[in-house]
Design a protein around this ligand. Structure first.
Ligand code: ADP
Ligand code: ADP
Ligand code: ZN
Length: 214
């Protein structure tokens, strides 16, 4: 299984990818998590991407393309992988095809989580993220066992700066303009699987597994 997950911010990509990657035993990477860790570490890369992320804009293609390419070269792509949050525009999608061609494999499917805007706003406004491991929770829909503490690693849970309402609006606009065209890119290649992302976390998970034949 070589999969990418697409969908608006807050659609549930991270939640589903973490569950599926564990069950399938294949590695996954969330470009947003990688970039947030770079910002937190104060690295040169972190300094470069911080402003874009705070504004809710895409960081430059060359940065994420090279992050993903390095990661793919470090794993055994023949055994499968899942990408979360990449590709976010058509250039990133076609660069991914080039990388996989060079590595001698093909993408299995692009999974699109379809969630309407009003539901997205509810999800993002209550999202809590672990500062240490990137696990996601929701104050109402998926609360941690202990207040503001990660079930998995004990790390501190916080509300992401870019989950503030004004930045969320901006991220939506970026999604509509840059990322939506990626759906057509995969549809034309008969790789797009559209999943109804509304419903409980387990319910959506079952739909995904059915769609990929598990
Ligand atoms: P969400 O899944 O909630 O939309 P992410 O954690 O995936 O958010 O991404 C957070 C931010 O990281 C994005 O707003 C963008 O600035 C940056 N980012 C993540 N992935 C990419 C990518 N593939 N291309 C460009 N920027 C990215
Ligand atoms: P994305 O990676 O697409 O930005 P996340 O997986 O971070 O999305 O989910 C966004 C928020 O919505 C989180 O707070 C998460 O706990 C919550 N969430 C995820 N899936 C569901 C669902 N099926 N129903 C309700 N809330 C959900
Ligand atoms: Zn954690």
């Amino acid at each position: 299984m070589r999969l990418v997950f697409l969908g608006p911010p807050g659609a549930g990509k991270g939640t589903q990818v973490k569950m599926l990657s564990k069950e399938l035993g294949v590695p996954s990477i969330a470009t947003g998590d990688v970039l947030r860790l770079e910002v937190a570490s104060g690295s040169e890369l972190g300094k470069l991407v911080k402003g874009y992320m705070e504004r809710g804009e895409l960081v430059p293609d060359d940065v994420v393309i090279s992050v993903v390419e390095k990661w793919l070269k470090g794993i055994d792509v023949k055994k499968g992988f899942i990408l979360d949050g990449y590709p976010r525009n058509v250039r990133q999608a076609s660069e991914l095809d080039r990388m996989l061609r060079e590595l001698g494999v093909e993408l299995t499917a692009a999974i699109y989580l379809n969630v309407p805007e009003d539901e997205i706003v509810r999800r993002l406004s209550g999202r809590l993220t672990c500062r240490a491991c990137g696990a996601v929770y929701h104050v109402e829909f998926n609360p941690p066992k202990e207040d503001l503490k990660c079930d998995l690693c004990g790390g501190e849970l916080y509300q992401r700066e870019d989950d503030r309402e004004d930045v969320v609006r901006r991220r939506f606009k970026v999604y509509t303009e840059s990322t939506r065209p990626v759906l057509d890119y995969y549809r034309e290649k008969s790789k797009l699987l559209v999943i109804d992302g509304v419903g409980g976390i387990e319910e959506v998970y079952e739909r995904i597994k059915r769609a990929i034949g598990l």
